[in-house]
Design a binder for this molecule. Structure first.
Ligand code: NAD
Length: 281
């Protein structure tokens, strides 16, 4: 059974809703009869997404608001626009994200990655959360994290830091919500695998075999939210849930076993990690 927040005529707000996973979610929600508000950077992409959704679901059920999630007044304007057109939000999907690349000793991109991926989610939750709680209806705040915020592979430290922060914030948010009287809103950490979208395409023009589509990922998210999961750990065509669990277990055990950090990529531990994968099969 679908989560009660997915009732037809309920309202979903999706940041980063003009592309990739966010757009697939908006489309899916609209097909389920929800009213959808997509928020994304101003421009043609947002207008095209709005027009597609309006054709499929009727313009009375669709709102597109140019919003930079790094800007609190713009997030507040988004909430006011949603209130004015639809009377409030039942579902907030804080999903806007960027991955322009980063390295440890180069300041480039750190501020923008943290501003969009981490503060965009914190501020989005702060701007929408209190009014969602006040509705006293079942509601959802779904924050898009990443496996890179959990097993933190080398190569893009700013992105990993931002997504580790999303995990920590969303855990705190869920704790707060479940300890708030008369609150029917729950928070969920949505952890996509490898999804073929502009963010992850890396110049490819066709979906690599290992990737999931955005639609598959959204279907999985809906199923797991409806089942009540907080951690929505998505597989893809290369990585099973069992493999993810082993990688997460290994990463957590770096501290418990007093190994160096990121030992999975440390030459002294690579054989041990391979043996661990084999022996736990
Ligand atoms: P995408 O690039 O297709 O979509 C991201 C959207 O966010 C874009 O439309 C972009 O314009 C928007 N955006 C960027 N900066 C913004 C800002 N300041 N304000 C408002 N909107 C902004 O990429 P996607 O893969 O669909 O990414 C969605 C989320 O999924 C991101 O948070 C990303 O980190 C996460 N994610 C993606 C993958 C993957 O493999 N694609 C894996 C794990 C997590």
């Amino acid at each position: 059974m679908a989560h009660p927040a997915f009732l037809p005529s309920n309202v979903a707000v999706i940041t980063g809703g003009a592309s990739g996973i966010g757009f697939a979610a908006a489309r899916r929600f609209a097909r389920m009869g929800l009213k959808v508000a997509i928020a994304d950077l101003a421009g043609e992409k947002l207008e095209t997404a709005r027009a597609t959704l309006a054709t499929e679901a009727g313009s009375e059920n669709v709102l597109a608001v140019a919003t930079d999630v790094t800007n609190v007044p713009e997030l507040e304007h988004l909430r006011e626009a949603v209130d004015a057109k639809f009377g409030g939000a039942d579902i907030l999907m804080n999903n806007a994200g960027i991955q322009p690349g980063s390295s440890v000793f180069d300041a480039k991109n750190w501020d923008s990655i943290l501003a969009v991926n981490l503060f965009g989610i914190i501020r989005g939750s702060q701007v929408f959360g209190p009014s969602m709680i006040k509705r006293q209806k079942p509601g959802l705040i779904i924050n898009t994290g990443s496996k890179q915020g959990i097993t933190t592979p080398p190569g893009d430290p700013a992105y990993n830091v931002s997504k580790s922060g999303v995990k920590t914030f969303t855990e705190a948010l869920e704790h707060e919500l479940r300890n708030t009287k008369d609150c029917h809103v729950t928070a969920h950490l949505f952890i996509p695998g490898f999804v073929y979208t502009p963010l992850a395409a890396g110049g490819r023009t066709e979906k690599p075999a290992g990737a999931w589509t955005a639609e598959q990922t959204v279907d999985f998210m809906l199923e797991r939210v409806s089942a009540g999961d907080f951690y929505i750990l998505c597989p893809d065509n290369d990585v099973t849930r069992a493999l993810d669990e082993k990688r997460i277990f290994w990463a957590a055990h770096d501290m418990i076993e007093n190994r160096p950090p990121l030992s999975r990529w440390h030459p002294d531990y690579q054989d041990k990690f391979t043996a661990f994968l084999r022996d736990t099969d």
